[in-house]
Design a protein around this ligand. Structure first.
Ligand SMILES: Cc1ncc(CO)c(N)n1
Length: 213
């Protein structure tokens, strides 16, 4: 995750919040398999609403990308989110006893609302570089926490599969490519990209903090 380039410079400028997020006690609990069902439930219910806007933002990135090769790569990732990741959410909601109403339209936390607004703003910019700035944070930060694991996977699939969805060769390859895209097109819109990136990193940290508020 080290090196030079635009994405790495943006991450370094937010190192404190970035590190607080990827080393969060909720992350430690998920990696150890000790995150309580009630906390996983609260997290996943909010995260499913995050994912809704995230998919819309991916769609905006597909629309604003500057080549078919980029659209293909983004679409391949989108396909994983709406298949493997979506069935994970449904199985986890079944296991955690989350009723339909809370899957479709739960009460949103302030942080979820702020994250949705940020993703909407990035999407509506119609700028590929600005869409990428938020996508890179979401995916790179999740790869960074998931790959911190040193021990065996936890026994409960609710923990284990959430980890493996963010720690596998396909995901690693996609995050590397996504960063290279931001490195390529971001410098032309440096200030806007840096501002979106910073806000996204802060919100990632708050998203975990909320679970202990
Ligand atoms: C809040 C948040 N950030 C990033 C990801 C990774 O897609 C996620 N599922 N949720």
């Amino acid at each position: 995750m080290t090196g030079t380039g635009f994405s790495e410079a943006l991450r370094r400028a937010c190192a404190e919040d970035w590190n607080a997020a990827i080393r969060h006690r909720f992350v430690d609990a998920m990696l150890a398999g000790t995150a309580e069902p009630a906390r996983m439930r609260a997290y996943l219910v909010q995260d499913y609403q995050f994912i809704d806007r995230f998919v819309a933002l991916l769609g905006a990135a597909i629309a604003s990308a500057d080549s078919y090769a980029s659209r293909l790569r983004l679409s391949g990732f989108l396909a994983m989110i709406v298949s493997d990741e979506n069935t994970y959410f449904q199985r986890a909601f079944d296991a955690l006893g989350v009723p339909e109403a809370e899957r479709a339209a739960p009460a949103l936390s302030e942080t979820t609302r702020a994250f949705q607004a940020l993703m909407r703003e990035a999407a509506e910019s119609r700028s590929y570089a600005q869409a990428l700035s938020v996508l890179v944070v979401a995916e790179w930060l999740y790869l960074s926490w998931a790959t911190r694991r040193s021990g065996p996977l936890p026994p409960d699939f609710v923990h284990a599969e959430w980890i493996t969805l963010h720690d596998n060769d396909f995901f690693r390859g996609f995050v590397g490519w996504l960063r290279a895209e931001l490195d390529r097109v971001g410098p032309a819109e440096e200030a806007a990209c840096a501002a979106l990136f910073r806000r996204a990193v802060r919100l990632e940290r708050r998203f975990f903090d909320d679970l202990y508020a």
